[in-house]
Design a protein around this ligand. Structure first.
Ligand code: TPP
Length: 624
């Protein structure tokens, strides 16, 4: 059947038996491909029928399907003629793991971060209505993503609509791990309601047909506070906001899903279609361990075991262990995650210090202000968060934390290039956005021991402080370089003259390579580790200015506003006699791919940096 799907809307040629066959083929295809390339499996297996139903009931690319996060769009990609793309899924130059407008006309909106789909969908709806156009807009949001505040802002804003807008709530009661919070509990109650009696319009119509039951009775039912109302009119939370609730619909029943979409399409206003799906559906290991199969590397299909064996500690592992050790000795330390307990290494903390662990849902902005509140109340919060997701909370960091100089620790994971997740997930802006904030201290460790030392320093520090470290194996050489972390002080590793290489955090590993090749080629070269991006170690810059001609900064962050620019600004302002060469990422978004390939492509691999240094130094010496 899959062979017959060459492009969008081809699915409409299949009869019901063939459609059932297709759903099985899609699942087998996804399991087989993702077992080789890695990717998001469990969420995709859960939405096979839901995606098929949308493709059957709507007309792409005229109608707009907007995925939230977008990690569950693989079936959508298959049904829009992108089967061949799965060979190179998430590889450099290959197909993205997320919807991309530049990849297909059928991808209505780019995503990667959560809780945006209702806002974007509402924008489409208003644009459609302003321009007098005629198409359907369907935003698909998971129950996990519905923990993000933006989703509520959008629902609130959508309530006035008098034209159709379909919001599909894809409820598998899971975020990456078990979903959290009051809305999740509320949805759990709705799950037991019957789809047909749950169709509010149906209920209203039925009541109208009974002679003695008039509008007043219906109104009374709607106004009562009793749980009986819940049985008659489920989804009151949405209904009371002016959003028609339809459901819950069994999410693996294709005919029922199609019927529900037909109903939803008739409503002149916003409608929330509550669809119940199972994460990992159709593949035993993913059904049993949906968290493990949320995003996974290559694995063995028979056993479900990951093919890459656990190697050395990652920076995340080191953070997870050290923060538990710190908390064991300091009862004031609390940890916060925004739905990423495992990803950030806080799973152990969750088990060990239940009362001091907070999963706030996919709500980074709230997480930051919540941390500020904890700090104001005397607790020492450590917010472990991915660099790209912390972007969401820029104002909260300024307004709620830094302005009041509150001692919140930001453990900024996945800083720098992250690889296969691509543009939306690269953590390449944090040095710029954090170091522009007054009161903020920004550090980055060169190896695993320094991460431990910096975390201890950060927890003891009385003000806002960020420690940023990357994805992947923690560097475990140069253990002997472990001088105590001193506020605002960098670290000299090897001192010579002429050329000085000053690196930030994990780029130390590349810097060592650069330094070695320069030495091999006969250059005299100093190697130093910045440690602090803010405040800048001005003394070190002055010291290097005395016997060097070229200072090279190396960081995995965009050039604009990054460490190199801070050094440049200082050198220029204080007229330090140094030429500065900044190795950083260009003013651009970096697509998906292997990190080594991406570094090469963006010119921050050791070979490219070495070549640039030699070229620049030659010019400096020749006075060009
Ligand atoms: C702002 C932001 N924070 C965190 C994440 C990481 N993340 C990706 S998917 C996901 C869970 C989403 O759960 P849900 O919406 O229920 O989708 P499901 O995977 O269960 O289908 C999280 C936390 C993200 N993409 N964006």
């Amino acid at each position: 059947m899959l062979e017959r799907i060459q492009r969008e809307n081809d699915i409409k040629e299949l009869d019901i038996e063939e459609l059932y066959e297709l759903s099985g083929e899609i699942r087998r295809f996804l399991i087989e491909k993702i077992s080789k390339t890695g990717g998001h499996l469990a969420s995709n297996l859960g939405v096979v029928e839901l995606t098929m139903a949308m493709h059957l009931m709507f007309d792409l690319p005229k109608d707009k399907i907007i995925w939230d996060v977008g990690h569950q769009s693989y079936t959508h990609k298959l049904l829009t003629g992108r089967k061949a793309g799965f060979e190179d899924l998430r590889k450099y130059g290959g197909m993205s793991g997320f919807p991309k407008r530049k990849e297909s006309e059928c991808d209505a909106f780019d995503t990667g971060h959560s809780s945006t789909s209702i806002s974007a969908g509402l924008g489409y709806v208003e644009a459609r209505d302003i321009r007098g156009e005629d198409y359907s807009v369907i935003s698909v949001i998971g129950d996990g993503s519905l923990t993000g505040g933006m989703a509520y802002e959008a629902l609130n804003n959508a309530s006035h609509l008098k034209t159709n807008f379909i919001i599909v709530l894809n409820d598998n009661h899971m975020s990456i791990s078990e979903n959290v919070g009051g809305m999740s509990k509320y949805l759990a109650k709705l799950r037991t309601a019957d789809f047909y009696t749950g169709l509010k319009r149906g209920v209203t119509n039925t009541l109208h047909k009974v002679p003695v039951v008039g509008d007043s009775v219906i109104e009374k039912i709607r106004r009562t506070k009793s749980s009986i109302k819940q049985l008659v009119v489920p989804g009151m939370f949405f209904e009371d906001m002016g959003i028609t609730y339809l459901g819950p619909v069994p999410g693996h029943n294709l005919p029922l899903l199609c019927k529900a979409f037909k109903e939803a399409g008739k409503i002149n206003g916003p409608v929330l279609l509550h669809v119940l799906t199972e994460k990992g559906k159709g593949y035993g290991p993913a059904e049993e361990f949906p968290e493990k199969f949320h995003g996974i590397g290559p694995f063995d299909i028979e056993t479900g075991d990951a093919l890459s064996k656990k190697g050395k500690d990652t920076y995340t592992d080191v953070f997870g262990k050290v923060i538990c050790d710190i908390a064991a000795h300091n009862p004031d330390v609390a940890a916060i995650t925004a739905a990423m307990a495992d990803g950030t290494g806080l799973d152990r903390f969750r088990r060990m210090f239940r009362k001091r662990f907070f999963d706030v849902g996919i709500a980074e902005a709230h997480g930051v202000t919540f941390a500020a509140g904890l700090a104001a109340g005397g607790v020492k919060p450590v917010f472990a968060v991915y660099s790209s997701f912390l972007q969401r909370a820029y104002d909260q960091i300024i307004h709620d934390v830094a302005l009041q100089n509150l001692p919140v620790v930001f453990a900024v994971d996945r800083a720098g290039l992250v690889g296969n997740d691509g543009e939306t997930h690269q953590g390449i802006f944090d040095l710029s956005y954090l170091s522009s904030i007054p009161n903020m201290v920004v550090m980055s460790p060169k190896h695993k021991w320094e991460l431990a030392d910096m975390l201890r320093f950060a927890v003891a520090y009385d003000g806002p402080v960020a420690v940023r470290y990357p994805r992947g194996t923690a560097y475990d050489r140069y253990e002997e370089f472990r001088a105590p972390v001193v506020y605002g002080r960098s670290e000299m590793i090897y001192e010579e003259e002429d050329i000085a290489v000053l690196s930030v955090g994990h780029m130390f590993e590349e810097a060592v390579g650069v330094w070695k090749s320069l030495k091999e080629k006969g250059y005299r070269c100093t190697l130093a580790n910045a440690r602090f991006v803010k405040p800048l170690d001005e003394e070190m810059v002055e010291r290097l200015g005395r016997n060097h001609r070229l200072l090279v900064t190396i960081e995995e962050n965009v050039q604009s506003g990054g460490f190199g620019e801070h050094v440049l600004e200082y050198v220029s302002r204080r007229k330090v006699p140094l030429h500065v060469l900044t190795a950083a990422l260009p003013d651009d978004y970096v697509e998906h791919g292997n990190i080594d390939v991406l570094r090469k492509e963006t010119g921050i691999d050791r070979q490219s940096i070495t070549e640039r240094i030699i070229e620049t130094y030659t010019k400096v010496v020749e006075g060009i």
